[in-house]
Design a protein around this ligand. Structure first.
Ligand code: GAL
Length: 675
């Protein structure tokens, strides 16, 4: 497979020299060298300057930038520059501007203002890619192609007429004929029967609830349209520069679920991700860890952190700056979980434009700042971690997630709006991490053919709220249990198939046999209403009327209300050594932690290292050399301890037996080889 060229852990940022007078570049390059920058992403939003008029390319300025970077030994992740089309495109072809759910067409003046299905956009963007590839494909600074930028960040779903026509073509391909479409969408309901594909519209504003299967197919279509743009750009690059790896920056993070990156991953040479801490979350670092573990799961190995922030962003209600040491700790949190690069948005904080209040590696106040000194320090730490590149992250637990599920659960007509596909996944991941157990977060879409083989490698497999589940996924989960894994399925899983049709005969449909549980009726709970379980714990959000088969051990039953006596937590031994656990409600942290510990004990999963305090502990190991690095990051307010032997690459200190980390402190211990 093609890989980005260069050694060690990549360090750098988006570099937008066009925002500055040309003479600033000498200082930029000098400061990059001081910081140990090795890779910068160039040209991401430069289309307007690279092609000021249709077909007239001005590339000389970019060549001077690449030359200067190369002279300083800095590699370039060169953008195809297609993310933000210039004003002339929508001036001449206004239909390129995307239309929102309520039928409003966007105006020019922000970014990413293009319809993913627009043939005009496709043609003009590919012409630019072709010209850039021809001009810069052999430039010695080129390490990697950066296709577009965060595809779908602002234009994931377009409801214009061009999109509607493309959607109809897509539907025809997917369903074949209109009878199959009617069947798949259950259109006998509410007189939605179609007699021709021409009648099908995009699921924009409607009088009442949309058809869930219609909405789901539109979400699938929209993700595939953007992937289509990615593949079209990639095809040009692979033709012109077959040896240069390509990437596109994903947004695996809280709240961005419009693109099925599981499916997209198969098209990537290098998976890269952008991640920003969301300070409205109760524990932003738990979400960071989840996103990083999910990016690794999608990539199937190491990946590049293409963007994060040195300090504050500019797009949250209050943009919290990073405290001393936080930037290093966050960076290492990504490296611990498989990042082979630490990149930022952006190199030099802009003085104008919508991102003028976003932090950068060089702040507005310049070089003589605490921030820049930390940037230099981070570069030095990453240089000491060069050999970590390419090593694997050790994990015995898999958490299964699925983008299609996030779409299927977007609708307003589910049994409870209080249930989200990823809610329990985050809770499980957070609790395991607090016990120093690492999980791979696997996206179903990344494994169209090999899910069973992949799951077979884990001791514990968690299937949280997998509402929509096809037969192959259910079979792969059952096979993991039969192969000896402890499988944990949580409520509202497996209840509909890939057409969002209810699996009849009792929930949780696809997992009923594996779990030995048959649910007759859901009893979702209102906010603030708990349900007592007979083991003394309390459930929230969900309860249900269920029966367990004879061979199922009921670990806890509902103790009161309409479902009193129904099984809430169960375990069924599976021939072959594994077990299938069922969790029928949202447990509080204490109860879920207890359950997960029991599951881990049954599966032989142990913490990465013994530790005290709120500390992330993750191990990367190089399979070829056997070398390993133990990452330890103290997110708590108290001193944390971790049992480990070796040399800490952050402080340079030798660690014998117990590492002590001050609040906010971090270490990467190159471990002494095992006896
Ligand atoms: C990303 C984007 C960057 C920059 C950054 C700000 O979404 O790719 O261009 O806008 O956010 O946080």
């Amino acid at each position: 497979m093609r890989q980005w060229s260069g050694t060690g852990i990549a360090y750098g940022a988006d570099y937008n020299p066009e925002q500055w007078p040309e003479e600033v570049r000498a200082e930029d390059v000098a400061l990059m060298r001081e910081a140990g920058v090795t890779l910068v992403s160039v040209g991401i939003f430069s289309w307007g300057l690279l092609e000021p008029e249709p077909g007239r390319f001005e590339f000389d300025w970019l060549e001077r930038v690449l030359d200067d970077l190369h002279a300083a030994g800095i590699g370039v992740d060169l953008a195809t520059a297609t993310a933000s089309p210039p004003a002339w495109l929508s001036q001449r072809w206004p239909e390129v501007l995307p239309v929102d759910h309520e039928g409003r067409r966007a105006t020019f003046g922000s970014r990413q203002s293009w319809c993913p299905s627009s043939p005009v956009y496709r043609e003009r963007s590919l012409a630019l890619v072709e010209a850039l590839a021809a001009r810069f494909g052999a430039h010695p600074a080129l390490r990697l192609w950066h296709i577009s930028n965060e595809l779908g960040c602002h234009n994931a779903r377009c409801y214009c007429d061009v999109s509607a026509a493309a959607f109809r073509t897509w539907l025809q391909r997917r369903h074949g004929d209109v009878a199959a479409l009617n069947d798949a969408w259950a259109t006998a309901f509410w007189s939605q029967h179609y007699t021709s594909f021409e009648q099908v519209q995009v699921p924009a504003l409607s009088t009442s609830f949309p058809n869930p299967a219609h909405a789901l197919d539109f979400a699938r279509f929209s993700s595939e349209e953007l992937l289509g743009q990615h593949l079209a750009e990639q095809a040009v690059l692979r033709r012109v520069t077959p040896d240069v790896a390509t990437t596109t920056n994903f947004m695996v993070s809280a709240g961005q679920t419009s693109m099925d990156y599981g499916r997209w991953a198969r098209a990537q040479d290098v998976v890269s991700n952008d991640h920003y801490l969301v300070h409205a979350l109760p524990d932003p670092r738990a979400e960071l860890a989840f996103a990083a573990d999910m990016t690794r799961g999608i990539a199937g190995g190491p990946w590049l952190l293409m963007e994060h922030s040195t300090s504050a962003v500019n797009w949250q209600p209050v943009n919290v700056a990073k405290a001393p040491g936080e930037m290093l700790r966050d960076s290492l949190a990504h490296v611990a979980r498989g990042a082979d690069g630490v990149m930022f948005f952006q190199w030099r904080a802009s003085s104008g434009g919508a991102e003028q209040w976003h932090s950068g590696m060089v702040p507005h106040a310049g070089r003589d700042t605490a921030r820049f000194r930390e940037v230099v320090e981070l570069g030095a730490v990453l240089r000491r971690l060069a050999d970590v590149r390419g090593s694997d992250v050790e994990a015995d637990v898999a958490v299964l997630v699925d983008y299609e599920n996030t779409w299927a659960m977007e609708g307003p007509t589910l049994p409870s709006a209080r249930v989200g596909h990823l809610d329990v996944a985050h809770q499980v991941h957070r609790l395991l991490r607090e016990r120093q157990v690492t999980a791979d977060v696997l996206a179903v879409g990344a494994h169209p053919d090999d899910l069973a083989a992949v799951l077979a490698g884990y001791r514990v497999v968690v299937v949280p709220t997998l509402y929509l589940c096809d037969d192959a996924t259910a079979a792969a989960v059952a096979a993991a249990a039969a192969a000896g894994a402890q499988v944990v399925v949580t409520y509202l899983s497996g209840v509909v198939d890939e057409r969002v049709r209810v699996r009849l005969g009792g929930y949780p449909g696809a997992f009923r046999e594996l779990l030995g549980v048959r649910v007759e009726e859901f009893h979702p709970l209102l906010a603030g209403v708990g349900t007592a379980l007979d083991d003394g714990s309390t459930g929230e959000v969900w309860s249900e009327l269920a029966r367990a088969d004879e061979d199922v051990e009921v670990l806890a039953a509902y103790a009161d209300g309409a479902v009193a006596g129904s099984p809430a937590l169960t375990r069924r031994a599976v021939p072959g050594g594994g077990a299938a656990w069922y969790v029928g409600t949202t447990l509080d942290d204490e109860a879920l932690d207890g359950l997960l510990q029991a599951v881990c004990a049954a599966g032989g999963v142990v913490p990465v290292a013994a530790a005290t305090g709120y500390v992330d502990v993750v191990r990367r190991r190089d399979a070829a050399t056997g070398r390993s690095w133990l990452f330890a990051l103290n997110h708590g307010d108290e001193v944390a301890t971790v049992d480990v032997d070796g040399v800490d690459a952050v402080s340079g200190a030798e660690v014998a037996g117990t590492l002590r980390l001050a609040p906010g402190g971090c270490a990467v211990v190159a471990e002494a080889p095992r006896a």
